[in-house]
Design a protein around this ligand. Structure first.
Ligand SMILES: [Mg+2]
Length: 414
């Protein structure tokens, strides 16, 4: 099916869905769970400042060690000079020559991250890990704010780190609540407050809406989230195609994406939005390798194998496709996942640049369900390599051994 045709089909039924969703949200029962988004503040820089007291209260920039890297994270002191994540390190040096520039010690940050996540785990088993410094937690109705306060205190007292926590009833609103509360605070944003608090905000507060989209909307006079919520759907469809539906819903504070705790997930996914549109296929393949390795690790950690590998590509014009490939046998092999993804990418890459690349494995089966005894790996050596890597990953709390190509990386976002 052509991309155009797919968009038409989706949005045709999509508009009705928007209306229904808004209605459904109004009828939301008060016993729905509450969602926390816990986001560590300036995480890499904070770990460095915690472990090296001489760096405290000083501008710290963590990023590529060579002159050509980009800023991964910078301390709030560095932000005062205009330094931002995803900015070239060279530019950061011009803005703030006195800053302390440090290489990115991801293995160490990952170990700290796992300590933080294990604190979260004391409060709820319902955790979806978004990234090294971000996780969604689900809590029973009415417990969101008090639990947020306890988590905030525990992370401060036990790990000397600050975390910002957004509290609401869905992922979108808790994410926005955390953006508004940053740093080191707890914020809430409830559906009843959408009109008063969300709608006056500028578009940049809507997660997933990049600067290019904001510009597009500004050009037609849409500058606030409220104006976006009131915009004719046809207009959004014209500009954003398939993404228009989600955008329209989000502008109304509606979001029914479920939490995906790994243990009961029907699928696992990894997604990367690039800080700038990316045109280099080598880098895309490096991202796919890294995503395949993360998914493989998560599958093996959960005793699962996947039947289907799916690729998601967002092109420069915001159109997005997803393509699935079903495998001859369920797998948890990094290499099989990567090869399938790479073949899907080769077939559907369209023309560069790309804005987002995502990988998903679905059709998950637990190992007990697999009555077939033949190994999912054709390659014993690969299996052994993987086992060694998992042991290291487990022991050091992070991927320590990478395939070399994974070391080519796009700019990291904060
Ligand atoms: Mg953060």
């Amino acid at each position: 099916m052509s991309r155009r045709r797919e968009e038409e089909q989706l949005t045709d039924s999509g508009y009705r869905e928007v209306i229904l969703q808004v209605g459904a949200d109004k009828m939301r029962k008060s016993n729905d769970p509450e969602i926390l988004l816990c986001d560590l503040d300036a995480f890499y820089a904070s770990v460095e400042q915690r472990d090296r007291p001489e760096y405290r209260k000083k501008p710290v920039v963590v990023g590529g060690s060579s002159g050509r890297g980009v800023v991964s994270t910078c301390s709030y002191e560095a932000r005062e000079f205009g330094v931002r994540s995803a900015m070239p390190v060279e530019r950061a040096r011009q803005l703030c020559p006195e800053a302390i520039f440090l290489p990115c010690d991801r293995a160490r940050y990952r170990r700290v991250s796992e300590q933080v996540f294990s604190i979260y785990g004391r409060f709820t088993p319902e955790i979806e890990i978004v990234s090294i410094d971000e996780a969604y937690l689900a809590l029973p109705a009415g417990e969101g704010l008090s639990t947020a306060a306890e988590i905030h205190r525990a992370v401060r007292e036990e790990l000397e780190l600050s975390v910002t926590i957004g509290v609401s009833v869905n992922k979108l609103l808790s994410k926005i609540a955390s953006e508004l509360a940053k740093p080191d605070r707890i914020g809430s944003l409830w559906p009843a407050e959408v009109e008063e608090l969300l709608w006056p905000l500028s578009l940049k507060y809507l997660p997933g809406l990049g600067p290019a989209s904001v510009q597009k909307l500004n050009r037609v006079g849409i500058t606030t989230i409220g104006q976006l919520a009131a915009a004719p759907f046809d207009l959004l469809q014209k500009y954003f195609g398939k993404s228009a539906l989600a955008l329209h819903r989000h502008a109304r504070g509606v979001d029914d994406r479920p939490l995906e705790p790994a243990r009961e997930a029907k699928s696992l996914s990894e997604e990367k939005t690039f800080a700038a549109d990316l045109a280099d296929e080598e880098v895309i393949r490096a991202v796919l390798i890294s995503q395949a390795e993360n998914l493989g690790y998560r599958l093996r950690a959960g005793g699962l194998r996947a039947r289907t590998v799916g690729l998601k590509v967002r092109y420069a014009d915001f159109s997005t496709i997803t393509r699935d490939q079903t495998l001859p046998a369920p797998t948890d092999s990094d290499l099989k996942i990567y090869r399938t993804a790479a073949a899907l990418f080769a077939a559907h890459k369209g023309s560069p640049p790309w804005r987002l690349i995502g990988l998903r494995v679905s059709g998950l089966q637990s190992e007990e369900q697999l009555s077939i005894l033949n190994s999912a790996y054709g390659d014993k050596r690969e299996e052994e390599l993987q086992r060694v890597r998992d042991r290291l990953h487990h022991r050091y709390g992070g991927a320590v051994v990478y395939r070399a190509r994974r070391l080519i990386k796009p700019p990291e976002k904060d």
